[in-house]
Write a protein that binds this ligand. Structure first.
Ligand code: LMR
Length: 331
């Protein structure tokens, strides 16, 4: 009996130590906002933006609000974080726009293959009226969009070189939960396998999947290049994040704190999108310096990828809305 009591009090002590260290740096009386995300390393644009938000809030709202960042799926992985936000277990998130299919179909526009020529076109779209309206596409759920954080264009990697879509025939690719991404992989004659981000390296290493699609920043910081033959510079899709809070939490803040927090959130978003291209270029270099192989497409090879994936647009036109697709494609 005594042994059990001792074990239980040791457990209680270690739990309270864990709570204490998680809130280390926040003072009593401050509103604590936990920011959870799934990316890692030091050079990833989401890591940089999340840390910048925390630094700014912790300095400029000292005594009133405190942001704690939990990277690398250490608090919540991407299958649980949206639910956790609604339950109040986390207050700030920045999930990929490809992970909202159970809440809205409209954000699928960001996943349409080759809809954005480059990140500048995507930024122009997010700054347009249609793009800004989409920040409110989940108001009814209780999700408030604060802004879009760009991550980069996406590239395919596999356990063999992929130069034309038929090279992917019969292969299994890890995708995010997006139905658009699943349809795109099927259009290449390959099989989509949705998996949480934290499981991708292991799935590539053990052969559960043959390939994946991601940005240079994720390919480098998660070391996917170590367990893949090569990465092909397809730029077939955008990866960007929905920087968000729960509406209840935001509305519960004192008006002056909310106003200041929103102003900081906006600044951090502008800065993040200004530096994202340089971060992606640096992480591409990091992949090469670390021994990762890159396949660059000829114009004719690229045209084959575009043609193979183009039919995906019409499959999702009624879900997303023809007007939204037109606005994004014209950005
Ligand atoms: C992925 O799951 O591949 C990405 O969304 C991860 C991220 O947040 O960049």
């Amino acid at each position: 009996m005594k042994k059990i009591t001792l074990a239980l009090s040791a457990l209680a002590l270690s739990l309270s130590a864990a709570t204490a260290s998680a809130s280390a740096g926040c003072d009593a009386g401050e509103v604590v906002a936990k920011l959870s995300h799934v990316t890692g390393g030091t050079t990833h644009p989401k890591v940089v933006a999340a840390n910048n938000l925390a630094d700014r809030v912790n300095k400029e709202l000292d005594g009133k609000m405190c942001v704690e960042v939990f990277p690398n799926s250490t608090l919540f992985g991407d299958s649980k974080e949206l639910e956790a936000l609604l339950l109040g277990d986390v207050q700030i998130l920045a999930p990929s726009l490809s992970k909202f299919g159970s809440y809205t179909r409209k954000l699928g526009v960001f996943d349409l293959p080759f809809i954005f020529k480059d990140m500048d076109a995507a930024i122009r779209f997010t700054n347009s009226k249609t793009g800004k309206d989409l920040l409110h596409s989940m108001d009814d759920v209780g999700f408030t969009g604060l802004g879009y954080w760009m991550s980069g264009m996406k590239y395919f990697s596999a356990n063999k070189p992929l130069l034309v879509p038929s090279d992917a025939n019969g292969l299994k690719f890890r995708v995010q939960t997006s139905d658009v991404a699943k349809a795109m992989i099927s259009a290449m004659g390959a099989s989509p396998q949705p998996l949480p981000f934290a499981e991708v390296y292991g799935a590539l290493q053990t052969g559960v999947v043959d390939g994946q699609e991601n940005t240079w920043s994720n390919i480098y910081t998660k070391k996917f290049f170590e367990v893949q033959d090569s990465t092909t510079e397809t730029s077939h899709q955008l990866l960007a994040y929905f920087f968000m809070t729960s509406t209840d939490w935001l509305e519960g803040l004192d008006a002056d704190v909310r106003e200041k927090f929103l102003a900081i959130a906006d600044d951090v978003t502008q800065e993040a999108n200004q530096s994202v291209k340089a971060a992606e270029a640096a992480n591409r270099d990091n992949v090469v310096k670390s021994g990762g192989k890159i396949n660059v497409l000829t114009a004719a090879q690229r045209a084959e990828w575009v043609n193979a994936m183009k039919p995906v647009w019409s499959q999702f036109e009624s879900d997303i809305g023809a007007d939204i697709i037109k606005a994004a494609a014209g950005s």
